[in-house]
Design a protein around this ligand. Sequence first.
Ligand SMILES: [Zn+2]
Length: 652
Amino acid sequence: MIRREDILRIMDAVRIEDVVGEFLQLKKRGSNLIGLCPFHNEKTPSFNVSPSLGIYKCFGCGKAGNSVNFLMEYEHYTYPEALRKLAKQFGVDIVEDEPDADYLEKKSEEEQSYFVHEFAGKWFTNQLWESKEGMSVGLSYFRERGLSDSIVKKFGLGYSPQQYDAFAKFAKSEGFDQDVLAKNGLINIESGNDRFRDRIIFPIFSTGGRIIAFAGRTLRSDAKIAKYVNSPETAIYHKSNILYGLHLAKNAIISNDECYLVEGYMDVIAMVQAGINNVVASSGTSLTAEQIRLIRRYSAKVCILYDGDVAGIKASFRAIDMLLAEGLTVRVVLFPDGDDPDSYARKHSAKALQNFLDENKKTFVIFKAGILFAEAGDDPLRRAEAMKDIVHSIAEIPDGIVRSLLVTDCSRLFQLEEKVLMTEMNKMLRSKVKKQLRPDEHHIIDDYAEETQKPEQENLSLSDRVEEAERNILRMLLQFGNKLIKFSRTDELGMEIITESRVSDYIFDELKADKLELSNSQYAAIFDVCQNQVKTDGQTNVNRILNMLEPGLSNVAASIMNADHALSPNWDKHGIYIMHTDNSMPILIQEMESAVLEYKHLVIVRRMDDIMLQMKDEPNADNQMVLLNEYQVLKIIDVEIEKRLRQRVINK
Ligand SMILES: [Zn+2]
């Protein structure tokens, strides 16, 4: 039992950002921190942590609570376990009146699994460090492999003796049920013998550092004996969403903003011994989508370390396309002469390993191209296939700027015509997006041609971006307000319906529908004048608008129109654009729609930020709920808008 006053002292000492920050990368946003939610799958962060309130709240899935809730929810701690863990983490000494009795009986299946794994883990390490057999076989093996005693301890490595039922006997004498032991894969169901007997033991930890499974490796060279024996899937162990070593690597991955991905347990351990802590292994399975999302929570940069086995490397290409599709930056290091990270680390100093990694990182796509083109040689058919394959990988990358840089690199390095690559990629992108759209939206895609990119606007502050978006709307209005646009849609009966609208009316209607007013007062004034002028004259007349504006404002209006990014020079051949026949038309529509969407998106983001601030200062729970509701509604709208914006970016 933990005393009440101790609970209060613990909760006083706890910093939620440290508790949650151990499990995901948090970035500052206003007075809060924000990250990718660990409870549901998302690509844009909606998981908020408020240090001042000591709580977390996900606006995607609704999960919320304090530090204790987080540990219970995410790591399946019981209430007292969560408190003990927090007390330890924040250096609060607690006195417990009596140990929690009847542990085994009280526990749920999950809790029982954690408990029996912890128990077994201790037993395996005791065997390694204290039994004669463990020391002479297990420990001496680790030492031969060059592992220091402290690293063996750090990873909780252990030993399971030759005797058929050494563990089973001991566990039963300590009160564990045969059933529980079998269900957790520690003994074989039929024979009742130890599953891991005669092996060195690698415990597998949850992200929070609790033992959830074991891998046992035989030291015998007998081909009939499986090299590894692993725990089965249990209530607490799902191997597809575990990365070996992550419990130790988390902080290093965040601080280095990069995650090394290796193949085996020994590779992870050897790297850590060499001082490289941001390393994990997918341990025996090929990389899964869950594992990728796990990495993404800590960093969007992955570096994969390969031994020289080409067949193995090629087999991993598909998994890496998945990494690319999830928006991760992937680099690759190939070890020479059949070395793997473990063997390389044994032959060289820690410093040499560090340097080797720093000097040999290659962008994955370039690496892949190198391998495929080397194989293809001069054979034109195989070269064409290789090119398609590489372009396919590039097309997986969500960021258009990265895509076009890679295309340029590839064309330079492998003497391919950039235009050919670009065309091929756009073809793939279009068919990819088409798959995500309803059939009646397909025309959106067919009309967009070349891939061009706007400069990144990430670094501008929100108010700067809103201002930019407002300028953009005015620019569309002033420069292209008169242009007639035809929209083609297909109705329920499959009939094509064509509607016409001037750019100016489109913009007026869109903003009016959402009751939006430009926030910059000068822009708002110009906007009003435009609207009045169109109302009286029936169309936009830029000269008249400029004359109607007071000098300060006409200056502003003119500067907006002279902005750099004008449309293509052929835009004004006919005055009226007709879809499908005039190439510049779709670009105009796209520019117009993007301008409006981007503006709406920013207005919503600004309002959501305001709500977050208001919520912090709002003492009344009901009012908080009202704000929360509004926030959630905005979030849903914004996701929709962003989806539409993204479709536009992909096709630019
Ligand atoms: Zn969530």
